[in-house]
Design a protein around this ligand. Structure first.
Ligand SMILES: [Zn+2]
Length: 75
């Protein structure tokens, strides 16, 4: 039995909103790049500053960090 990898990549690319929008950011220098999700799954995600670029936008990373902070810990 064979698994249809092409179809799997396609589904992966479509099922995730952040992946589907086709943009990645460098966490080090803030550089941003357009990426085709299907291509990225097959051949690897773009890299910048020696690290794999992230699908989370700077705003989304900030929101994520803020949500991790314990409540009532404002400085
Ligand atoms: Zn960079």
């Amino acid at each position: 039995m064979q698994i249809d990898m092409t179809n799997m990549y396609y589904k992966l690319a479509q099922c995730h909103e952040k992946i589907a929008r086709g943009q990645v950011w460098c966490v080090q220098c803030g550089n941003t790049e357009a990426v085709e999700a299907e291509h990225a799954f097959k051949y690897g995600w773009p890299q910048c500053c020696g690290e794999t670029m992230t699908i989370d936008s700077p705003e989304e990373r900030q929101a994520l960090e803020a949500s991790k902070r314990p409540e009532g810990n404002s400085q």
